[in-house]
Design a protein around this ligand. Structure first.
Ligand code: MG
Length: 452
């Protein structure tokens, strides 16, 4: 984390005690307080190692600028986001590195509306950080730290207010929840029980070494969940990422449902409530989403990849829904940010009200095949590769609002650098798995050519 830019696609991230240190976090706390203070700031954290160390450090920095603190302890990111406006706070800070490996930690900053601060506010914080031009409160203007343990209950009640609890209760669904030993386990199991489901929990004790599985809920990482769902005859499996803003679903046969599919299932119902409804989604979403939105007479508003950009656009145009291919769903009647427990409640409500299995809901969707891959890149080569890729694909049909989306007759491929790690992500979609695989391989070849 050198140079001017500190915020990536979603917050500041680094390796604990290497690139993410208490010295950096203290300065960052002072810079955050200078820009979004004065006033009350809500602090939360996920279950990662360093969570207490960094939340205490960021609290010290914020206090020195005259902010007061409400510490809500370990919670999912969407829980903190839900309570920030309800506590009439000036903003919120959550210590999390979301789905990154265990050695990482990070910081996400929210404004008073609970949504991640804008790119412009991130630049302001970075500029104050580098100039050290911090607000310093007088000794008699220092405020206090209070603790609040009501956030999880507030969040659960908020979600239930948007769900037809009676209908879900009639189905007696059996749900297996894999919380990756992180904070999702504080919300989703209780929420599902409140909705009348029978809950089986996996990896539900908080442990920053992530002993159960890696915090990214990919099909390979949730094999234990898939096996459990199938072997006990459960109706549904739910896997959260490290800070539970996302949910990945597993059907009754133990198959992982792609994020595009779960988004399409929700979008089909939510957009259908009113004609001309809008879905905000990044350029990485595929043809399936386009087909579904068209089917229900809705519109798509495309954004660059990044949940912060989707949230801000959802808010700006008052969209009915937002969603990402990675399992992030933004349901604005509840809040305009990704919320894994809310997404889970929407899925069980749809299964209950239509009395369908998850595999049936998936089978109603148009069939496309996707492939996703990532390629680690030496960090110093990230920029030169981006430039070379633009030259290498000059003569192709492409969209370059974020990375490079190449459109071919039998599918498309998106090649883009990660905003949080030194790697490139390749997404491909085709009418057959073979096509998608070949497109993905084509993308990897392009990057390797660009690396030479
Ligand atoms: Mg996350």
């Amino acid at each position: 984390m050198t140079g001017k830019k500190m915020f990536g696609t979603n917050g500041v991230r680094g390796v604990i005690n290497e690139t993410m240190t208490v010295d950096l976090v203290l300065k960052l706390g002072k810079a955050i307080g200078t820009v979004i203070g004065p006033g009350k700031i809500v602090i939360g954290r996920d279950a990662r190692n360093g969570g207490e160390m960094f939340s205490n450090t960021v609290i010290a920095g914020l206090l020195s600028t005259g902010c007061s603190i409400v510490n809500i302890g370990p919670v999912p990111t969407p829980t903190l986001q839900f309570v920030v406006p309800r506590m009439r706070a000036a903003g919120g800070v959550v210590i999390t590195a979301s789905h990154n490996p265990a050695e990482f930690n990070g910081i996400k900053v929210m404004g008073g509306n609970g949504i991640e601060i804008s790119r412009e506010t991130e630049r302001k914080i970075e500029s104050i950080f580098h100039s050290c031009n911090f607000t310093v409160a007088n000794w008699d203007a220092l405020a206090s730290v209070t603790h609040d343990e009501t956030a999880v209950d507030q969040h659960i009640e908020g979600i239930k207010s948007h769900i037809n609890t009676e209908i879900v209760r009639t189905r007696n669904l059996v749900v297996v929840i894999d919380s990756a030993n992180s904070v999702g386990g504080l919300v989703t199991p209780k929420l599902m029980r409140d909705l009348g489901c029978k809950v089986v929990s996996l990896n539900s004790q908080l442990d920053g070494s992530f002993p159960g599985r890696s915090p990214e809920p990919t099909p390979e990482n949730v094999i234990e969940l898939r096996k459990t769902v199938k072997s006990i005859g459960a109706d549904l499996g739910i896997a959260h990422d490290g800070d539970a803003d996302r949910a990945t679903f597993v059907d009754e046969d133990g198959n992982t449902i792609s994020g595009d599919h779960s988004l399409a299932i929700i979008a089909k119902r939510v957009l259908n409530r009113r004609t001309g409804s809008t879905l905000v989604t990044p350029i990485s979403s595929g043809k399936l989403i386009e087909d579904i939105v068209e089917e229900v007479g809705g519109k798509i508003d495309w954004t660059v990849v990044g949940s912060v950009d989707v949230s801000h656009r959802v808010e700006e145009i008052n969209a009915e829904l937002g969603g990402e291919e990675n399992g992030g769903v933004f349901y604005p009647p509840h809040q305009a940010v990704r919320d894994g427990p809310m997404t889970s409640a929407l899925i069980v409500e749809i299964m209950s009200s239509e009395n369908k299995k998850l595999s049936e809901l998936v089978s109603e969707l148009p069939v496309y095949y996707t492939e996703k891959q990532k390629l680690n890149i030496p960090i110093e080569k990230m920029n030169s590769i981006a430039e070379k890729l633009l030259i290498l694909t000059e003569d192709q049909r492409r969209i370059t609002i974020d990375g490079i989306k190449l459109i071919q007759d039998d599918g498309w491929i998106l090649i883009r650098p990660s905003g949080t790690e030194p790697l490139y992500r390749i997404f491909a979609e085709g009418r057959t798995q073979e096509t998608a695989k070949n497109l993905c391989k084509f993308g990897i070849d392009l990057i390797q050519r660009a690396m030479k």
